[in-house]
Design a protein around this ligand. Structure first.
Ligand code: NAD
Ligand code: WQD
Length: 342
């Protein structure tokens, strides 16, 4: 199981949804981890669960990723070989209301990490981007070469991050930079110990479904039933969080072994409609999630899913979990942690 027992990875945003699963994947493969988070949207309890799951210890630093003094201290104290940079704000609607916070956290955070890494030597960095950089894709499956025209401030900050990495790669050919465009991550670790713990009302579909299934919310509003799709509801490429975590390890391994920089989609290549996701959730979990079709949500795209072939070709990575697995694991996490990390 061990890949590179002597490799140490700085993971920013480590206490969050993607971060906690990625740290588990790294520890299970023998990597050393320095976890950084300011806990603005992640819980330190996630770290306890990660430790319980893996039996491995790791360094935890509570700091803002924009804090260059804290970053310099980390890099002078620990033998960090690479960074997986996940720390960011991610709520699309909120990004329009708090644009300065989004630009500061998402772009200011990336710049601070890159400056600190560069000071220590050529950068080895994996960056969380998002399929949201495609905006409204002209067709699916969406390849990496598709036009980039994000429709939200959040998406614009992710595109700006990608552009910063392209500029750095051009100026500093020794840098190795991986941009990962995630589609729709859902599900949880099969143990039910770590998962997605949104604060307040969930913005995303799967956590809303699990909260309705638990009767914490009355019913699910399906945003739009008149899209030009077979059942009238929007189609997305849901990807199991365990596959996404494995994608980070595959990208990291490639960066450590090979020169150059790259951008890949992390998705399954399969589209699932809102109705299909609800009915699969009901079937595999033996529950009934009440739902009602309401008007369309502003900004929603009718249908898109990834072309994940480049990730397969370059990294040897592909998603393995089914939509059934995603629904089962999301429900197990919610049942065992009705209030999230408490
Ligand atoms: P999350 O909110 O669960 O995790 C992000 C973590 O970063 C949180 O623990 C938060 O406390 C921390 N953080 C935020 N700003 C920080 C700062 N300034 N300093 C230190 N820590 C900070 O979100 P997630 O779903 O795990 O997302 C991780 C990354 O993946 C983000 O960059 C996000 O934009 C990207 N992404 C997420 C999705 C998704 O649907 N979950 C899809 C595409 C891309
Ligand atoms: C999925 C589908 C909704 C909630 C967002 C971000 C994207 C990325 C992933 C970070 C859509 C429908 C939802 C509900 C519903 N995040 N829905 N009722 O919008 O595809 O992507 O998360 O990078 O940037 O935009 O995901 O989970 O919000 O919605 O009917 O209560 O579920 O309309 O069709 P989305 P989502």
């Amino acid at each position: 199981m061990q890949d590179k027992p002597t490799t140490t990875v700085l993971v920013t945003g480590a206490a969050g949804y993607v971060g906690s699963h990625t740290v588990v994947a790294l520890l299970e493969r023998g990597y050393g981890v320095v976890a950084l988070d300011n806990h603005c949207n992640g819980s330190p309890v996630a770290y306890e669960r990660v430790q319980k799951l893996t039996g491995a210890s790791f360094v935890k630093v509570v700091a803002d990723v924009r804090d260059e003094v804290a970053l310099a201290h980390i890099l002078s104290t620990y033998p960090v070989d690479a960074c997986i940079h996940l720390a960011a704000l991610k709520a699309v609607a909120e990004s329009g209301q708090k644009p300065l916070d989004y630009w500061s956290n998402n772009v200011g955070g990336l710049l601070a990490v890159l400056r600190a890494l560069q000071h220590a030597g050529p950068c080895r960095l994996v960056f969380s981007s998002s399929a949201t950089v495609y905006g409204v894709p002209e067709f699916s499956p969406v390849p990496e070469a598709a036009a980039l025209r994000p429709a939200s401030v959040y998406g614009q900050t992710k595109l700006a991050g990608e552009q910063i990495l392209l500029a750095l790669a051009a100026q500093s050919p020794l840098s190795r930079l991986a941009t990962l465009r995630y589609f729709n991550p859902v599900g949880a670790h099969p143990s039910g110990l770590i998962g997605e713990a949104p604060h307040g009302t969930p913005n995303n579909l799967m956590p809303y479904i699990t909260q309705v299934a638990l009767r914490q919310r009355h019913e699910l509003s399906v945003f739009g039933g008149d899209y030009p799709t077979p059942d009238g509801t929007c189609i997305r490429d849901y990807i199991h969080i365990q596959d996404l975590a494995a994608g980070h390890v595959a990208a990291l391994r490639h960066l450590l072994d090979e020169p150059g920089s790259f951008t890949v989609n992390l998705g399954t290549g399969r589209g699932t409609s809102v109705r299909e996701l609800i009915s699969t959730f009901d079937r595999v979990n033996g529950v009934c999630v009440p739902s009602v079709v309401v008007g369309r949500r502003s900004g929603d795209v009718s249908e898109y899913f990834a072309d994940p072939s480049l990730a397969k070709e370059l990294l040897g990575w592909c998603a393995r979990h089914t939509v059934e697995d995603m629904c089962r694991d999301a429900w197990r996490w919610q049942l065992r942690n009705p209030e999230g990390y408490t």
